[in-house]
Design a protein around this ligand. Structure first.
Ligand SMILES: [Zn+2]
Ligand SMILES: [Zn+2]
Length: 255
């Protein structure tokens, strides 16, 4: 049995990427996807994915917080590297109106430009959306046929339904293990089994029972087992299902 951590930030951890990767492999995590968030870390995540092949893959993209840093140079660099066989998706991209670290109109423009890149390079996406459901849906409606996930899903049942109808999948983080996450657990029970993934978003959102510690990819096991339990599946069966889903959508990830 093995798990895939679909979304982590190896370059933001307190421990070294090397230690995190070793811990993950020793805990039953076979692969992890480290996520690009802004121009200055694109090179870093790509180097991590190349150095730690076959265990580590990466995504390239500009997070909504950093949307103000997206410019033509950044887009050119992305175009040059999205075909690399270690780059499995465009991400993380999207809208975050909770923090508003970049102006909302810029976030929307940059989200659209990167969805266009995903289409051009036939890549799936990893989408971050917070407090911006209406605009996220409006934009995604213009990109029918795009594949990928809403990462760290914490939205409403209505959003879950729309994104599933659009053909996107849903990735669940350690938030599902939190005491106050009953609404999310209700949503998770209704996600079709062939549309669900698990992730850590490490170093953020440490799952129970490791609250108080910094999150790391090894802890995707706790979230995976928790969701298996919630769905009344055995953990082996559930890890197989999520891995198959990931290999189906993120086609550059090899078994
Ligand atoms: Zn995110
Ligand atoms: Zn993230």
């Amino acid at each position: 049995m093995s798990w895939i951590d679909l979304h982590c930030h190896l370059n933001f951890l307190e421990i070294s990427p090397e230690e995190a990767i070793k811990n993950a492999l020793n805990s039953g995590v076979s692969k992890m996807v480290t996520i690009g968030t802004e121009p200055k870390d694109h090179k870093i995540v790509l180097e991590l994915a190349e150095k730690w092949a076959p265990y580590v893959y990466c995504t390239l993209g500009v997070h909504p917080h950093e949307a103000k840093l997206y410019d033509d140079d950044c887009e050119l660099w992305l175009k040059k590297h999205l075909s690399n066989n270690r780059v499995v998706a465009v991400g993380e991209i999207g809208l975050d109106y909770y923090y508003d670290h970049s102006p909302q109109d810029i976030q929307r423009t940059v989200f659209r430009r990167q969805l266009e890149l995903a289409q051009e390079f036939h890549l799936p996406v990893q989408i971050h959306t917070r407090d911006a459901e209406e605009d996220t849906i409006k934009i995604l409606n213009d990109f029918k046929g795009i594949s990928g996930v809403i990462h760290c899903f914490t939205g409403t049942a209505a959003l879950a339904k729309v994104v599933l109808d659009l053909g996107l999948n849903i990735s669940i983080s350690g938030v599902v293990t939190f005491k106050n996450a009953d609404p999310l657990r209700e949503i998770v029970r209704d996600i079709p089994l062939d549309r669900i993934h698990v992730e850590t978003d490490a170093p953020f959102l440490t799952p129970v029972p490791f609250r108080g510690k910094k999150n790391e990819p090894a802890f995707v096991v706790q979230t995976g087992e928790f969701v298996a339990n919630l769905l009344k599946l055995n953990k082996e069966e559930f890890s197989k299902i999520t891995n198959e889903n990931t290999l189906r959508v993120f086609k550059k990830i090899k078994e």
